[in-house]
Design a protein around this ligand. Structure first.
Ligand SMILES: [Zn+2]
Length: 170
């Protein structure tokens, strides 16, 4: 069982920040049409990333602007439905009946063929203790895709051939 300790600091009074916040003067226009090919592909259980012509970085999910060179990527590239765990952490939830803390993995995936990562869900049956960086995973599609990122229900663990080879050699 994992025990977590939290530090709670009490303040005598609420802190105040003087100043003007001219939020109403900002307007954001988000052009969703740019993502239409990506959403359409998801609905067909296909994955595509956006490639930057300037630095060849492939972003998945697609980014409107390349973070490296600040240009708009415009080349769609097909990606496989496999990838690997780039990093991970644990979410803790208290069991209502036993009061025990249970850990659930939260993973960042790097899709094969893409250079970026994104936070997503792992198969809920996989224990936190069994997750590792480099773990090969595969998309588990929703039965009825609707054309959004939720169409990826979660990532499933696939057989790790390199691990098997190691075991045989030991
Ligand atoms: Zn770039």
């Amino acid at each position: 069982m994992v025990k977590l300790e939290y530090l709670k600091k009490e303040y005598e009074k609420t802190r105040q920040m003087p100043g003007k916040w001219p939020l109403s003067s900002y307007r954001y226009k988000f052009n969703i049409t740019h993502f239409q090919p990506f959403l359409k592909a998801l609905k067909e259980k296909r994955l595509i990333g956006l490639k930057c012509r300037s630095c060849n970085t492939v972003s998945f999910p697609p980014k409107l602007v390349c973070g490296k060179c600040l240009v708009q990527p415009d080349q769609w590239v097909a990606l496989r439905d496999t990838g690997m765990v780039a990093t991970f952490t644990a979410n803790y939830m208290k069991d209502e009946t036993t009061g025990e803390l249970q850990s659930f993995p939260v993973i960042a995936i790097q899709q094969d063929g893409a250079d970026t990562t994104f936070l997503t869900q792992l198969n809920p049956a996989v224990k936190f203790e069994d997750v590792y960086v480099g773990m090969p995973v595969k998309v588990k599609w929703k039965n009825q895709p609707e054309g959004n990122l939720g169409d990826i229900e979660y990532y499933d663990v696939i057989d790790d051939a390199t691990k098997k080879m190691k075991l045989q050699n030991e």
